[in-house]
Structure formats: C-alpha cells, structure tokens
Ligand binder design. Sequence first.
Ligand SMILES: [Zn+2]
Length: 419
Amino acid sequence: MTPRGWALLALAGLTVALVVLAALLIPWHRPPAPRADQLAALGDLPAEQVAKGREFRAALRPGGYAALAVGLLIALALGLTPLGSRLVELVGRPFGGHWVAQAVLGGLAVMLVADLVTLPFAAWRQSVLTRYGLSTNGWSGWAVDLLKSYAVSAVIGAVALFGFYAVIRLAPRWWWAFGAAGAAVLVVLLSFVLPVLVEPVFNRFTPMEQGPLRTELMSMAARDGVPVRDVLVADASRRTRAVNAYVSGLGPTRRVVVYDTLLREATPAEVTAVVAHELGHAKDSDVAVGTLTGALGAAAAVVALYLLGSWGPLLRLAGVDSVAQPAAFPLLVALVTVAGLVAAPVQALMSRRVEARADAHALALTNDPESFESMQRRLGSVNLGDPDPPRWEYLYSASHPSTVERMAAARAYAREAGR
Ligand SMILES: [Zn+2]
C-alpha cells in the first residue's frame, strides 16, 4: 500500500475513534431545563438587567462577526492565491531562502498578518468592554496583554513550525504520520503545561485564604471524591469585572481557580455552587476527555491536510508545487480556518452538553438549587450576558447553556427533590 493509502486508512480510523469517543463520553441526553421554566426564569429577571445584557451583546456583535469574516477573507486571500507563498518566500530571502527561515519566520509572518488585520476589531471590542464597565485594565494594560499573548503564540508557533517542517524534510513520504503523532502529543503537552506555564504570565495566583469558605470547599471536594490539590484565587480584577472559575490541568497539576472578582461579588454559598460545578468537570475528567478528543482531532487534521494537499487545483491556486514546502503554509492556514468555522457549532454543542452535566453535578453535590440559581443570575448580571440569546447565535457559538436554561435546570432539580 502507498503512503497515500495508509493515510486514507489512518484518517478513517481516527474519524471512527473520534465519533465513538464523542458518542460514549459526551452526555448527549437532554438535561431537564423545560422551556416553560426558562420563560418563567426570564420573567423573574429584572427587565433592566435583561435589556442591558442584550444591548451589550448587540454592541459586541458587529465587530465580532466582522473580525470572523475579515479573518476568513485574509486566510483565503493568503492561502488560495499566490500572495501567501510569496510572503513566505520574501521573508526567507534575506537568509538565502533557507528552509528554516521560510518555515519559522515566514510562518510567523503569515500569523502576524492575520493578527494585525483583525487588530482594529480587537481594539474596538476593548472599547465596548470599557464603555460598559467590564474592562478595568485600561488601554496600556490591554496592549501589554496583547503583546504577551502574541509572544506566547510566537514561541509556540515557532517550535511547532520548526518541528513540522523538520519532520517533512526527514521523512518526505511519511511526514504526515509523524506530523499527526506530533500534533497529538503537542495538544496533550499544551493541556498539561499551558496552565502551569502560561497562566502566570497573565495572572497572579494565591492560595485561597484559610477560613470557613476554604474549609467548606476542600471538604466538599473530599466528599465528592475528587482529588483537587488546591483552590487558588486569580487576581482577575486587574483587568476585568467579570466573574469566573475554572478547573485546569490534569492529575498532579489539577487545581480549581476562582477569580477574586467572584469572591468579592458572590455569597459564600454561591461560590460553593460554582466550585461544585468545577468539581463536576474534574470528576467526569472533562479536561482529559477534551484533551483526548483535541489530540485525535489534531492528528486527523494533519492527515486530512496531507490528503487535501495532494490535490492539484488547490496547489495551483496557492502557487506552490507541493503542500510539503514552507511556502504552502498559508494554504494550510486557510484550510484550517475554514475547518474551524465549520467545526465551531459541533464543538459548542458538545461543550454545552458537558457544561449541563457539570451543572447537574453541582446541584446534586450541594443540594442547594436556590444558591445555584442566584449564582446564575449574578453571573449573567455581572458578565452582562443575554440570559436568553438569539437561537442562531446560541447554536453557533454558545459554550454554555444560557442563563435561563441553567436557572430552569435548578428549578427542575428543586421540583424533583421535592423542595
Ligand atoms: Zn463549566
């Protein structure tokens, strides 16, 4: 069998593995959040809060979708015309067109162009956040964060680009197999390492101070049988008023992180409800499952790019001879961008199902649907969410159930528990 035949087989195998994993590990059954309860919850929210959330979301929308559209257009313009390959060659020219310069500097240049073109939309978004009082870090803080995130992606991008094109040179016929394995390993590594290495670049973390809340959270985690090493507080208030909490890392690096804004805004019972939700993620190994599906997806993407990349018309559009040359990187970016936009609603759906399961876990663990519901109200109000967003937007991009869905889930739980 030819390398191409093996690649087809590998892609089929990876696709089957992904579908089976998703079928088995994503809680597809619909969580109990009846629409009648949702509408009742919506009616109970202060009209002013609903109006403000909707106004804020509407203010963000034009810039958000324009950024998506412009990002797609620039990716297509660089990848499906010779413009991108010329840019890569141009950047490599001072170095005699050496492949390392083309691969690393050329690749980073392509990424930088995409970042710069969407920069005005990012700035515009920041101005909306500031106008609505959600952002607290000012323009200089925003610029510093932006430069930090450029630096982080440049370092990761340079390593990945060098590794990818080095493998292609070392194994010209089988690079897709090594590339797929490498991409999968990179996803796993980033999931382990990123929280530990990158989060401190943006936030300072301190262990939550001793007291009744910390004691309650640690004993709840123990009761839940979830090994959580620590509860950390992030100094998120430096840049935002938004409240949040999350679980990050796997195994020994796993910790629950609570924004300091959450501690300031919410009652201890509400903080407990949020942490119970995060414990649900830990208990169901949502990070591990997400990492595994991400790794398989990345491997499948590399194989698919290899197969698509032998298609003549595509190569002619990009003005390259082979997908294996660094000048074809913009073509790969274009294909990945399109794939990302197509995959977004599927990812959002899986994320919402997983989030609904963590909500159900929180309700069962705390048996306190009142605090859970008041926390959802508070989350929605502080983060200026639309409690019942437009259906199309919800289906395309919502990573969490809506505020009214989550309130309705709490009401359904309370009813079932006979409270
Ligand atoms: Zn969650």
